[in-house]
Each structure stands twice: as C-alpha cells, then as structure tokens.
Design a protein around this ligand. Structure first.
Ligand SMILES: O=P(O)(O)O[C@@H]1C[C@H](O)[C@@H](CO)O1
Length: 289
C-alpha cells in the first residue's frame, strides 16, 4: 500500500465492503491487544480477513487477529476491527488510521477505541478499566500526525480542535453502567498517553510521564482518535490496565507482551458486556440494509 492515500482509495475500500455486506454500521469498535473477543458478541456476523479487503493494511502483532467483523450488538449495527495497526509495525500514520476514514465513508458516526495500557497512576491496579478522559499524543506533539500533508476538506478542517474529544455523555453512561454491573470498584477515568513503542518505557521515561499527569501509557489509539475527530465522529475510549509501569530502580519486575495478553483475557467478559450495553444505550439511527 502506498504512503500517500487519497479520497478515492478510501472510497474504493468502502464501496467494496458495502458490496459484500448488507450491514450498515453506525458504530465502529477497534479492539486493543488481546481484546479481539469484543467482536465475538456481534450477532449475524459478516467477517473479512484484512488480506481480502482491497487497500487494507495487514496486522502483524500477536493478539491482533486481522479481521473486520460486521454484525449487530443488541440490534445496533457495528463494525469491529479485530486487530489494529501500530506505528511501530512500520506503517505510516495514514495507514494505521486508514480504517477510520473508511468507516466514515461506511456511515459510521461513533468510534469506540480500546487498548491495553500500562498504568502510571499510583492508585490503579492491574485489571482496572480506565475510561479515557483525554489523551497526550506524544508522536503528534513531535510532528508525527496522521493529518500531516495536504488537508482533505471532504473529511474535515485543516486545524481541528482536540478539546473535549472523548464524549462526556458516553463517559457518564459508561460509568453508570459500571455501577449497575457491580464493577465500579475497578473502573477509573484518566489520561492516556501514546508513545511510539515498540519498547516499553525506561524508568526515567516512566517517571517523566508520571510527572506529566499521565494515568496510562500505550502505543496506539491517539492517531485513530485524531482522524475520527477530524472527520466529525463521536469518540469513546477504554484502556485495560495490563501492567503497572516500572517507576523504581528497586523494582525487579518488568513487563512483556505475553503478560499484557494474559490480563486482557482476564477482563474480556466484563469489557464485552460494558461495550455491548454502552452500544445498546446509544442514541443511533439504525438502518440495516
Ligand atoms: O493495540 P494496543 O494499544 O492495545 O496494544 C498495546 C501496545 C502494544 O501494541 C502492545 C504491548 O503489549 O499492547
């Protein structure tokens, strides 16, 4: 896939998908590392390996199956990415966010992003679910932004605001749902920070992020959210805290990807239930043909 992607490229992929499925999703869900089971809750599935979808990038990370799944969650039509694209895989940011613009052209209005993340906040525990209140896009601050290059006005403005991006109403609904599900003791709300990866943080880096007010750190999400916001989508995000980031030179533990995937499994049912109930409460105009 080429690095400069134009409107026609997104359009071709969207048209192909619309010709292959009757589903017309209003909600898109991106599954984080080890969180692909979110798609298992979809009823009446049509699924497509990324390798079969014209123009789609390919997933290379363990825990990211590489399948686009269409289906219904409690009667609401959704499309779910089982596997996302990360900058550290060698994809340009245009490629990592390619599906988001395709979703826009499919008619998607709300994007739900999920990820596995390490916690910096001292009060967080492994297995906590963090409702994302805001993000720090470190690569973005350093000039690595998926919106770099000529702006396509068909998608959105040259200088999109990024304040208030994570929808307040959806966050409130999610909180209330967690209370009614009896899981609020391990639900947090906080700031997610994207770093480039693929290495985990050094202790000095972890301390820097902690001082900056970061609650959880990961290697994705921010570029997808920037592109979704640019094209006018509503955004909701969840981080699953899979590890505590090592902040002390006395700490002998270290993180690894396998441990991240193990913790993801542990909370899979709760996350699935939360996302399903959240979607079922969304005010969306379903039209499924
Ligand atoms: O796709 P996400 O952000 O959930 O993946 C996280 C960040 C790295 O890709 C990986 C590290 O274990 O998990």
């Amino acid at each position: 896939m080429k690095d400069q992607i134009c409107y026609d490229d997104y359009q071709k992929t969207a048209s192909w998908l619309l010709s292959q499925t009757q589903h017309r999703p209003k909600v898109a869900i991106i599954c984080g590392s080890g969180l692909g089971m979110l798609a298992d809750a979809l009823k009446c599935q049509d699924s497509f390996p990324y390798s079969d979808i014209p123009g789609f990038p390919q997933s290379t990370v363990q825990g990211h199956a590489g399948r686009l799944v269409f289906g219904e969650l409690k009667g609401k039509t959704c499309v779910c990415m089982q596997g996302r694209f990360h900058m550290y895989e060698g994809h340009s940011l245009c490629k990592t966010t390619f599906p988001v613009r395709v979703f826009k052209l499919l008619g998607v209005e709300t994007l739900i992003v999920t990820n596995a993340a390490g916690s910096l906040a001292d009060s967080y525990q492994v297995g906590d679910i963090m409702i994302i209140k805001d993000h720090i896009n470190f690569p973005g601050l350093a000039g690595l932004n998926p919106l770099n290059g000529p702006n396509d006005d068909k998608f959105g403005p040259r200088f999109p605001p990024m304040s208030g991006v994570y929808d307040k109403d959806l966050r409130k609904i999610a909180f209330d749902l967690c209370k009614s599900m009896g899981v609020s003791q391990f639900v947090q709300e906080g700031v997610y920070c994207m770093v480039g990866g693929p290495n985990f943080e050094s202790i000095a880096e972890a301390r820097l992020l902690h001082r900056l007010g970061v609650d959880a750190v990961g290697m994705s999400t921010a570029p997808e959210v920037v592109v979704a916001t640019h094209c006018g989508m509503r955004v909701f995000g969840l981080s699953l805290i899979t590890n505590k980031v090592v902040k002390s030179y006395n700490d002998t533990e270290s993180v690894n990807h396998e441990a991240v995937l193990e913790v993801s499994k542990l909370r899979s049912q709760t996350l699935q239930m939360l996302v399903t109930e959240l979607v079922s409460r969304m005010d969306i105009n379903n039209n499924t043909t």
